[in-house]
Design a protein around this ligand. Structure first.
Ligand SMILES: [Zn+2]
Length: 85
């Protein structure tokens, strides 16, 4: 097996390691990756950055928080659009 591995720096301890894309990331869902830092064992969300060919890591709970926040903003935006109709 020679699947391409991408460099990833742990968001918590700065340790660099290499990861392969998840099945979803192969399908273009770049933020749908996760893994554990081999050094500090933090569970991380891994987002593939195609322009740089790297994986960006974020602590999982931080990632969930941001995702909920984005979801909330998106909904508020939709409601605003409906109001202005
Ligand atoms: Zn780490």
């Amino acid at each position: 097996m020679s699947e391409k591995r991408y460099p990833c720096k742990c968001a918590i301890c700065d340790h660099q390691f290499f990861v392969t894309k998840s099945i979803l990331q192969h399908s273009g869902y770049n933020e749908c990756g996760h893994g554990r830092c081999p050094k500090c064992k933090t569970f991380l969300n891994l987002t593939f950055v195609p322009e740089l060919e790297i994986m960006r890591s974020m602590e999982w709970s931080e990632y969930v928080k941001r995702r909920l926040e984005n979801e909330r903003k998106r909904k508020e935006g939709v409601e605003k659009d409906q109001r202005s109709d």
